[in-house]
Design a protein around this ligand. Structure first.
Ligand code: ADP
Ligand code: MG
Length: 251
């Protein structure tokens, strides 16, 4: 079972969006997948999937419920363990160690953990249950600097950093491109997800973009990351109308 934490060193860059869509995309490739909201302070993974859970990971960690009771299956097949809206949720290294122990019961090909924002104690502790880490950043130097520090923390904790996902890219001339990012940060850029209204619409629809708008470029890029994680060759072509636009753009 591969346990992958999604981290960023910054809030609002797309960790939860990536977690939700990777869950869906890996599931669509035939893998058994569970996504866990390990962002205990501001959990919103369940919202991306459109449900308000009664039992959450917090009841499990408090020993009030078994892990099975906090597992929800989405129509697409992905399993979700949601976070709690309870204001009293305490997060520290012990909490994440307990989560790691509870996760031993799980039997999936992939478990993807959404993690808290920032570079504080809880954001670092959230990496404890994972063996591998994906870093998300927007193509701005502030976000990249935080992502770089998050990557260093992960490496110090002996986690394998799989690479970076650039999110909300607009191809603006001032924006660092993936090659620059790879050179400066020192890890591979697995995909560049554009700033895409379909992502915002899908969050409002509470249905990940890979399901709500499977033909959008962002959905395609999420699938690209899923192929990489699954060790599968990536040869999905752009739809004909997008290839036409690209061709016309070059003429
Ligand atoms: N590629 C994108 N294009 C447009 N909007 C996006 C994109 N990725 C994320 N967003 C928007 O940004 C918001 C914050 O993303 P989220 O995944 O919750 O960030 P984080 O979990 O890192 O705090 C989302 O609710 C969504 O509306
Ligand atoms: Mg989030």
């Amino acid at each position: 079972m591969r346990i992958i934490a999604v981290t960023a060193g910054k809030g609002g860059v797309g960790k939860t969006t990536l977690t939700a869509n990777l869950g869906v995309a890996l599931c669509q490739l035939g893998f058994r997948v569970c996504v866990i909201d390990a962002n205990f302070t501001a959990p919103d993974l369940a919202i991306h999937f459109g449900f308000s859970p009664e039992t959450t990971i917090w009841e499990v960690l408090k020993g009030k419920e078994g892990l099975d009771n906090a597992l929800y299956e989405h129509a697409c097949g992905v399993h979700i363990i949601p976070g709690s809206q309870d204001m009293e949720v305490a997060t520290n290294r012990e909490t994440y160690k307990r989560l790691k122990r509870k996760m031993r019961k799980l039997k999936y090909d992939f478990v993807i953990l959404d993690t808290p924002p920032g570079l504080g104690e809880d954001a670092r502790a959230a990496l404890i249950p994972a063996k591998e880490v994906l870093v998300v950043a927007t193509p701005e130097w502030t976000s990249l600097a935080n992502a770089y520090r998050a990557m260093l923390f992960a490496q110090q904790m002996n986690k394998q950093v799989l690479g970076m996902v650039l999110n909300r890219a607009s191809a603006h001339e001032l924006e660092p491109n993936p090659m620059m990012v790879e050179h400066v940060i020192g890890t591979q850029v697995l995909a560049t997800i554009p700033e895409d209204i379909h992502v915002r619409k899908s969050v409002s629809l509470q249905n990940p973009v890979c399901l709500a708008y499977p033909n959008s470029e962002s959905a395609r890029q999420f699938r690209k990351v899923a192929h990489y994680l699954g060790g599968l060759p990536w040869h999905e072509k752009l739809p004909w109308w997008q290839r036409l636009f690209t061709f016309v753009g070059k003429v």
